[in-house]
Design a protein around this ligand. Structure first.
Ligand code: HEM
Length: 162
C-alpha cells in the first residue's frame, strides 16, 4: 500500500487488483471480450494485433496507471491526457477511450464475484468519477473552439499581408 495515497479509497482499489492477480493471472481475454461486446466498432482498430500482445500491453499499462493514479500519482494524470490524444490518432474517440476504465472495473467485479463488496464498489465508482475529471479537462484537439478559430483567421490574415 502507498504511504500517502492520492486517492482516499486507494487501499480498496489496490486490494481488489491484488485479488484479481491471484484469481485470474491474465484477465486480457475477459477485458477485451467485454470491451468489444460494448464497443464492437473498436475491434477492427486492433488489426495489427494478431498475437494479442498490444491488447495485453495496453491492459498492463492501464493497470499500472490505475495503481499510480490511486497511489503516488507521479504520472498517471498526465498519461491519461497524452494517451487520450494519441488514441485519437488510432481513431478511438475520447468518449470511448474513457470507457476502458469502466470495462476494467466491470471485469474486476466479474472476477471477484462474491468478494466484490460494497466498499470496493464505492471505491471504483469514486475512482472512475475522478478519472473522468482528468478526461474532461484535457483540451480537445478534435474540435476548434470559436476563440481559437478567430485567432487562426487573424494569424492567417497577418501572414498573407506580410
Ligand atoms: C476503449 C478504449 C481504448 C481503445 C479502443 C484503445 C485502442 C487501442 C489500439 C487500437 C491500440 C493499438 C494501436 C496500434 O496498432 O499500435 C492501442 C494501443 C495502446 N493503448 Fe489503447 N485503447 C483504449 C484505451 C486505452 C487506455 C485507457 C490506455 C491507458 C491509459 C491505453 C493505453 C494504450 C497503450 C500504452 C498502447 C500501446 C501498446 C503498445 O503497442 O505497446 N489505451 N489502444
Amino acid at each position: 500500500m502507498s504511504a500517502s495515497p492520492a486517492f482516499a479509497h486507494a487501499a480498496a482499489i489496490e486490494a481488489s487488483l491484488e485479488r484479481v492477480a491471484e484469481l485470474c493471472p491474465d484477465p486480457t481475454p475477459l477485458v477485451y471480450a467485454r470491451l468489444f461486446a460494448q464497443q464492437p466498432q473498436m475491434a477492427p482498430l486492433f488489426w495489427r494485433d494478431t498475437k494479442d500482445s498490444i491488447k495485453g500491453e495496453m491492459l498492463a499499462r492501464a493497470f499500472d496507471a490505475l495503481l499510480d493514479f490511486v497511489g503516488e500519482r507521479r504520472y498517471a494524470g498526465h498519461m491519461i491526457g497524452t494517451e487520450l490524444v494519441t488514441h485519437e490518432g488510432y481513431d478511438v474517440p475520447r468518449e470511448v477511450f474513457a470507457t476502458f476504465f469502466t470495462v476494467v472495473a466491470e471485469t474486476v467485479q466479474e472476477i471477484l464475484g462474491d468478494e466484490w463488496t460494497a466498499e470496493i464498489a464505492a471505491a471504483w465508482r469514486a475512482l472512475l468519477a475522478e478519472i473522468d475529471l482528468y478526461v474532461q479537462r484535457t483540451p480537445r484537439t478534435d474540435v476548434v473552439s470559436p476563440a481559437m478559430d478567430e485567432r487562426r483567421r487573424e494569424l492567417a490574415a497577418r501572414f498573407e499581408a506580410s
